[in-house]
Design a protein around this ligand. Structure first.
Ligand code: E4P
Length: 224
């Protein structure tokens, strides 16, 4: 089954969707954590008991140089959770991915804006690729196409890497990347709510209640 992540540091919202959906884990980036005013340790300490031992967390390095990224990745990977280390797929990031992959550290190449960039990250040894679907669109590209192309290349080359599309602003983008057969996805919580909301749904449910009460007032289905 697809690995379904929430791209969020909002504990209440993560709890809300964990109660109704099979959440594999949570992805974060430095901006998400900064905007939520919570650090990695504080967040994972709250989420781990809530989501359970099988929960996976994707945590991004903030270091800039290769030795610092490697050292930070070691520290992140050493946290007592199922952790994937996120590294931006820059030239230095690719070097870090290549080195850390040899050590067996689970890695996600992030900030992917082109198919070519993502493909190189997979060759370097990334376990996950995070193409930024909406941000690619904002730059005049086609985020959905990038996802489809990456998925096709990984399959053609039989690379052991999973496309985990990120950065969405509407449910249509989500549907179109799911149709590519991606193995994982991460969604902002606002978008998850939008995906199961439709103005016709409450009206339909209300009509069922009205009809039922007219015919079987006060009784439940199994009592009718
Ligand atoms: C995840 O890895 C990305 O950092 C994130 O999804 C970017 O989303 P945004 O474009 O909505 O900021």
């Amino acid at each position: 089954m697809i690995e379904f992540y929430l791209d969020s540091a909002d504990v209440a919202q993560i709890e809300r969707f964990h109660s109704c959906l099979p959440i594999k884990g949570v992805t974060t980036n430095p901006s998400i954590l900064a905007n939520a005013g919570i650090g990695v340790n504080g967040l994972l300490k709250q989420l781990s008991p809530m989501l359970g031992e099988q929960a996976r967390f994707h945590v991004q390095v903030v270091s800039q140089t290769l030795p610092e990224i490697i050292a930070e990745a070691h520290q992140i990977a050493g946290l007592p959770y199922d952790i994937v280390v996120k590294i931006p797929a820059t030239e230095i990031g690719l070097a870090a991915i290549k080195q850390l992959h040899r050590e067996g550290i689970p890695l996600l190449a992030t900030a992917i804006y082109t198919t070519q960039q993502g493909f190189l990250a997979a060759l370097a040894g990334a376990d996950y690729l995070a193409p930024y679907v909406n941000r690619i669109d904002v730059f005049g590209g086609d985020g959905v196409t990038v996802v489809h192309e990456l998925q096709q290349l990984l399959q053609q080359q039989q690379l052991p890497c999973c496309v985990l599309p990120a950065s969405f602003k509407n449910p249509r983008q989500v549907l179109e990347v799911l149709q590519a057969g991606v193995g994982a996805i991460t969604l902002p919580v606002e978008l998850v709510a939008q995906m199961f909301s439709h103005p016709a749904v409450p009206l339909a449910v209300e009509q069922f209640t009205t009809d039922w009460q007219r015919a079987f007032a006060g009784r439940l289905a199994f009592e009718s």
